[in-house]
Design a protein around this ligand. Structure first.
Ligand SMILES: [Zn+2]
Length: 376
């Protein structure tokens, strides 16, 4: 196995995608879980940190229906938690629920992740979803494709060779895809074993590690293509490190990017990694938030899968994959709950919720209520 310096592979593979449930079952289960933890009906202020995409509206409506209150908005585009809103959220109720989710579209016709049908466009266009994540991934995918096409594997006089384009070898670049040359190229007297320099590339002797890792048939003079695995390169990019700034989502993804872009469904894996990063980060801000002290609180991070609506359907058939949760009691007792356990806890809850409100009736009640004249 090709060794990896960073432990990103284990982070990515730890997430069980098969732990999904329909959103219409997830929300009543979550509400009942809150009651089982001592939360009081009628005193809970739910909050959501979702992407701004309109397809996140159906989950929001279900949260309003089952918790009997419209959820506070804790979210920035891409499902980033706006941690400076903890204080205002805490002021609005006794018991606190925060649901964070990154999201990815799913097309049931092609059975692929990453696109979502927009019924409001004339041609029912399928667009990249999450669009924010898709926009970020494009640059990395372009860099990767260039490297796939401009690194060659061959054999010369019995030596396995790796020919690398000079652009990829240029270490003075401020950003780009950078190869883990120590793993790929053989060394001689401490230097990389250069066999010859060509006009736009260099031919090196391949490392023993690479020769063992790739099949013999790969050394046929053609481009490396899909054999360029995530352990063989990293990315450098000039991104702002501002927390919750414009590049926050990109910072969540950059270390895992080799695994994201070489996966079968980059948008799915990227949304998953961002969910994992946001839970880890936001949890630390919640435990430090003075306004949450003395309150019951449940924070859960999930990945929302937006299944494109078919003609005649108003909403997506959203599914939810819970990732992790943090629970605290009013007396300060608190703990984090890992994926298997939170899914098990939710599955033990009833999907019946006698406290849920009838949204149509609630809207009608407001329409029928006597008008209150605003004094100016
Ligand atoms: Zn989005």
């Amino acid at each position: 196995m090709f060794s990896s310096n960073i432990n990103m592979q284990s982070v990515v593979s730890k997430f069980h995608i098969d732990h999904m449930m329909r959103y219409s079952l997830f929300v009543p289960r979550l509400y009942n879980l809150c009651l089982s933890l001592g939360f009081e009906a009628g005193k809970i202020t739910p909050s959501r940190a979702f992407c701004s995409d309109e397809n996140q509206g159906f989950p929001i409506i279900l949260i309003a229906k089952h918790f009997g209150a419209f959820p506070f908005n804790h979210g920035r585009v891409g499902g980033i938690v706006a941690t400076d809103r903890h204080g205002p959220h805490a002021d609005h109720g006794e018991d606190m629920v925060i649901i964070q989710a990154s999201h990815v579209g799913y097309d049931p016709e092609t059975e692929t992740f990453g696109s979502y049908c927009r019924l409001q466009t004339t041609g029912h266009d399928k667009t990249i979803t999450c669009g924010k994540i898709g926009g970020i991934l494009q640059w990395y995918l372009d860099e990767y494709r260039f490297a796939q096409k401009n690194i060659y594997l061959g054999r010369e006089e019995g030596v396995h060779t790796i020919t690398i384009d000079n652009h990829i070898l240029n270490n003075k670049r401020a950003e780009g895809l950078f190869l883990e040359l120590d793993k790929l190229v053989a060394k001689q007297n401490g230097d990389f074993q250069l066999l010859k320099s060509l006009s736009t590339s260099r031919v090196y002797a391949a490392s023993k590690e690479l020769c063992q890792h790739l099949p013999e048939k790969a050394w046929n003079g053609s481009a490396i293509g899909d054999q360029l695995g995530p352990e063989m390169f990293t990315f450098h990019r000039m991104v702002s490190e501002d927390i919750e700034g414009y590049d926050h989502l990109e910072n969540n993804l950059i270390n895992a990017m080799p695994w994201i872009i070489t996966s079968e469904s980059p948008l799915l894996i990227a949304a998953q990694v961002s969910t994992q990063a946001e839970f880890d980060r936001a949890y630390r801000t919640i435990v430090k938030e003075p306004e949450y002290v003395g309150k019951r609180l449940l924070f859960i991070s999930c990945l929302n899968i937006d299944i494109s609506p078919r003609e005649g359907q108003v909403f997506p058939l959203t599914k939810c994959i819970p990732w992790a949760a943090y629970v605290q009691d009013s007396d300060g007792k608190a703990r984090t709950i890992e994926q298997d356990e939170i899914v098990e806890m939710l599955n033990q809850q009833s999907t019946e919720n006698p406290d849920q409100i009838n949204l149509e009736a609630a809207i009608q009640q407001m329409i029928d209520a006597d008008e209150i004249k605003i004094k100016i």
